[in-house]
Design a protein around this ligand. Structure first.
Ligand code: FAD
Length: 602
């Protein structure tokens, strides 16, 4: 028996990362390579595996701690042969989003591709294809369409009746349809001060739900039409791998996914797994219609007076915005020390100042420890720094504490595809899994779980399967909270630059100097750009204000192109626009902006 410290291994370019999940506790018996904690930077989350097998004696880190290479995570009592350390643990999954670009000379893969695996399934097939895509979310449909455009015979398998996955059906699109309505209602409510009054709004939830359904239907219907145009065969049902070349699909019907009993087997030469993720459900929350995840919240089943949002991330705050505008008072509980983790605090502060009136309680460094369904509501208990003394009663509780990948639900092991303890599928920079002809993309391969990341990964996977020399080597992936005001950021944040000791030069343009923002009566925001103090190249940027999400793409392009402050400042932006604020932030960094007071000479 010996006591061994298990430490954070080399985690690449990150100086410090936050512990967002602790997967073991003192007294647990653990295996070598078993995941111990999940850490998250702004770009990726990864699980840190154990170097040793044995019994956990003491945990040295807790949720929310910041760790770096060498930090001791826990001590383990390692026994006998098990005391031998695993050679060099690798954090998994190394999210493809931040995988460093690797050379892939001559159109080959980014790393030596393993030998093809053998088929073990002896039965026949009902359908054969060049490319099977499992899951029709933004990742899946984009992969299927790109593969078809590249000349492949494609089968797309989806368990629900409509294409588009979480994003189109119960995510990005319906939430934005509702957020738009909420933003207009909020805007109009301020018009009285400008001499225009409409009176108190009358909300008809049935019509609002119908509007949301129409928006979703227009997009999902469009996808079906495009699948037909590309001759992509869509098969409805629940897919499970039976070996590395066959998938069995059990037909499903209705919204509850009843099984009809009809099965078919699809034989494929290549496959792309795009089975996505689902909302994490806290085990102690009661099964009750007043406890919902984001999908339930989007149904707008009623008009709650008091609503609790569990988790202060983007999804919870977006849905909270909608419900609050429709009349709910909000509480939010978050285990970490701030809302909207990942964004610079100065951006979040502007949002928080404007949105504080929506909330009765913002409970940081606090967690929910129990809940009970009562006749009058859901009674919730809290623990932590800002926990109320008494349990609180809510008409609606929204669980928005993260999403877990579906990797363990698709029979991946039968295809020989490696899946991490938490259900992520590790991939290389070309989106290949450990099985050379099977790729994985989207939420199922790692953070950030965003539709635009899934789409780009999808194109790479389809192109690589078609023999093209493609790789996912995006420098940055933008993030947006579509709250009011919107908060958008991309690349290095100021907090990260500080933590990593990178000298930056900042251009901060306050919207109080933007003619358009003032004309819109929305000048609370700002645009900031961060440049490398030595090279002057842009490293990151953040925008808070109306339409911030529509503008952040320009900053992402500037980072991808290696632009400097002169490139951006000298690019003529149209006047008067909010987009102009990006050019002006660059001019401020360069010292040439004439729309703000002169810099005082020392
Ligand atoms: P998914 O969209 O999850 O699609 C996976 C598909 O696979 C699903 O249709 C599922 O039914 C199907 N499937 C799974 N297993 C099987 C099986 N065994 N057989 C058959 N079919 C299967 N992202 C943004 O970028 N911007 C936003 O504004 C945004 N807003 C969001 C708001 C909410 C409320 C939520 C919940 C998410 C939001 N997201 C947003 C995240 C975004 O929806 C996801 O990142 C995106 O949908 C991931 O795409 P995907 O293709 O990987 O998986």
């Amino acid at each position: 028996m010996s006591l061994v410290d298990v430490k954070v291994p080399d985690i690449g370019d990150f100086d410090e990362v936050a512990v967002i999940e602790v997967l073991v506790k003192a007294g647990d018996t653990i295996k070598a390579e078993q995941s111990l904690v999940t850490v998250e930077s702004d770009k990726a989350s990864m699980e840190i595996p154990s170097t040793h097998a044995g019994v956990v004696k003491e945990m040295k880190v807790k949720l929310g701690d910041k760790v770096k290479e060498g930090t001791v995570l826990l001590t383990v009592e390692a026994a006998g042969a098990a005391a031998a350390a695993s050679a060099s643990p690798t954090p998994a999954p190394a999210a493809a989003a931040v995988a460093p670009p690797q050379p892939s000379p001559g159109g080959g893969a980014s790393k030596p591709v393993a030998a093809p695996v053998a088929s073990t399934y002896g039965g026949g097939a009902d359908l054969e294809c060049d490319m099977l895509v499992l899951g029709a979310g933004p990742g899946g449909y984009s992969a299927a369409f790109r593969a078809a455009d590249l000349g492949m015979k494609v089968v797309l398998v989806e368990r629900y009746a409509t294409l588009g996955g979480v994003c189109l059906n119960v995510g990005c699109i319906p939430s934005k349809a509702l957020l738009h309505v909420a933003a207009v209602m909020d805007e109009v409510s301020h018009f009285e001060a400008l001499g225009i009054s409409y009176g108190k709004p009358k909300v008809e939830l049935d019509k609002l739900r119908a509007h949301k359904a129409k928006v979703v239907g227009k997009l999902t219907g469009g996808l079906s039409a495009m699948a037909k145009m590309r001759k992509v065969t869509v098969v409805r049902g629940l897919g499970q791998f039976v070996d590395p070349y066959h998938l069995q699909v059990e037909e499903t019907s209705g919204a509850a996914l009843e099984k009809t009993g009809k099965k078919q087997t699809i034989k494929f030469r290549n496959a792309i797994i795009a089975a996505g993720s689902q909302a994490v459900q806290l085990p102690f929350m009661p099964k009750d219609p007043r406890v919902v995840d984001s999908t339930g919240a989007l149904e707008l089943a009623g008009n709650p007076k008091r609503m609790l949002i569990l988790g202060g991330g983007i999804i919870g705050l977006e849905m909270g915005t909608v419900y609050s505008t429709l009349g709910a008072r909000l509480d939010v509980v978050e285990m970490l020390d701030g809302l909207m983790q990942g964004a610079d605090r100065d951006l979040v502060r502007v949002w928080q100042k404007m949105n504080t009136p929506r909330f009765d309680n913002i409970m940081l460094k606090t967690k929910t420890v129990g809940a009970e369904a009562t006749k009058d509501g859901i009674l919730v208990k809290f623990e932590g720094e800002q926990a109320p003394k008494e349990p609180q009663l809510y008409d609606l509780v929204l669980q928005a504490v993260g999403r877990s990948p579906n990797g363990k639900k698709i029979g991946a092991e039968k295809a020989g595809v490696t899946v991490s303890d938490r259900g992520f599928i590790p991939v290389d920079i070309q989106m290949r899994t450990n099985v050379p002809h099977i790729f994985a993309i989207g939420d199922i391969v790692g953070q950030p779980m965003l539709a635009h990341k899934a789409v780009h990964e999808a194109h790479v996977a389809a192109e690589v399967a078609a023999g093209e020399n493609s790789a996912f080597n995006a420098r940055v992936i933008p993030s947006v909270a579509y709250t009011d005001p919107e908060v958008a950021w991309v690349g290095l944040t100021e907090d990260q630059a500080k933590a990593q000791g990178i000298a930056i030069k900042k251009g901060h343009f306050p919207w109080t100097a933007s003619g358009r923002a003032i004309a819109n009566t929305r000048d609370e925001g700002f645009t900031k750009l961060l440049f490398d103090a030595q090279t002057h190249r842009i490293l990151g940027g953040g925008i808070v204000g109306t339409h911030a999400g529509d503008m952040i793409g320009e900053v992402a392009l500037a980072i991808e192109m290696g632009a400097d402050e002169i490139d951006i400042g000298k690019t003529i932006h149209p006047h008067p626009t909010l987009g102009e604020s990006i050019g002006m932030a660059a001019e401020i960094a360069h010292g040439t902006c004439t729309d703000v007071p002169p810099v005082r000479k020392s």
